[in-house]
Design a binder for this molecule. Structure first.
Ligand code: ZN
Length: 122
């Protein structure tokens, strides 16, 4: 196995410029997989230096939202509630029957807004 030496400063600069990982790999003489792994590990160590880049086709970047997902079993309805800092989720009710009696919390996570239905990115 050959050892790949990639200049991390250079990698980070290209990364922050928004270059696709495949392009970065080509410029640094590495491979897409290695670059991705390297960024992943660097992000574990210094998350603030490696902001998540979210690309969605044809749309400008919007910040990912933290959402609570609920299901009302009575209405067979799934809905999501944005998680604000001061949100009182104990007051969440089903938008159809206005009751929390049949509410089930289905999950919590980070979502991006796309033209497609909500997609979990965690
Ligand atoms: Zn309901």
């Amino acid at each position: 196995m050959k050892t790949e030496i990639v200049n991390k400063e250079e990698l980070r600069k290209l990364f922050l410029e928004g270059l696709p990982l495949a392009e970065i790999a080509k410029k640094l003489g590495s491979t897409y997989g290695s670059i991705r792994t390297m960024i992943y590990h660097e992000r574990q160590r210094k998350p603030h230096e490696w902001p998540l880049r979210i690309n969605y086709p044809g749309k400008s970047a919007e910040p990912p939202l933290m959402m609570h997902l609920y299901e009302c079993q009575d209405c067979a309805l799934d809905f999501a509630v944005e998680d604000y800092e001061d949100a009182d989720h104990s007051a969440t009710v089903c938008p159809i029957c206005h009751s929390d009696e049949y509410l089930q919390e289905r999950g919590y996570g980070q979502f991006t807004v796309t033209s497609a239905p909500l997609r979990e990115v965690t």
